[in-house]
Design a protein around this ligand. Structure first.
Ligand code: S3P
Length: 177
């Protein structure tokens, strides 16, 4: 059941493949809240896939759409928002989300992420053409630069143990405010 003190959007942060969307969907269903996925919102806005946007319009344009979508969200009521892995790392997005909602980082190690992402090179533009050791190196380096930002979230949860029940306890105990 949704804790009574959840009155703003909950923004899920984390590296590609950490499970923001599946955890977000589960949480939204358990707590009976609307669920938003920023990548999906951008795809609907532009009428094209994230990969196509990167290829045809470039990453900078994608980051502008991310900013636009973030600022279009309804803030006066609670919801669950699964953000793209780069969302908190560009513009003032991280601070904006911290100010306007609860931010939760779902953490996983570079090794765990690599194992999960091995099969995703066709859909994730940043990982295209990277395989094996090269993929692991890339993830290790990008995670190292991003993790300092992700750790600014109100709460960090090990993605392997994140559940609606755990989060319910955290909110009920007032450990996130
Ligand atoms: C990105 C992560 C992707 C998507 C885009 C860029 C990133 O979202 O927004 O490919 O910069 O880490 P997921 O984290 O849902 O894969």
């Amino acid at each position: 059941m949704r804790p009574k003190n959840v009155n703003r959007p909950i923004f899920l942060w984390g590296f590609m493949g950490c499970g923001k969307s599946s955890f977000g969907r589960r949480l939204a269903q358990c707590w009976d809240l609307p669920f938003y996925e920023t990548d999906e919102m951008i795809e609907r806005l532009v009428g094209n896939s994230v990969s196509q946007i990167f290829t045809n319009l470039g990453e900078d344009t994608f980051r502008k759409y991310e900013y636009e979508i973030l600022h279009s969200l309804e803030l006066s009521s609670p919801s669950i928002v699964a953000t793209g892995g780069g969302m908190p790392c560009f513009n003032d997005n991280a601070e904006w989300m911290r100010t306007n909602g609860y931010t939760i980082y779902l953490s996983l190690s570079a090794r765990e992420l690599t194992d999960r992402l091995k099969r995703s090179h066709t859909t994730r533009p940043l990982l295209q053409k990277k395989r094996g050791e090269e993929l692991f190196q890339y993830i290790t380096e990008l995670l190292a630069t991003r993790e300092t930002i992700y750790r600014r979230a109100h709460l960090s949860l090990d993605a392997l143990h994140a559940s609606p029940e755990v989060l319910e306890q955290i909110f009920n105990l007032g450990l996130i405010a």
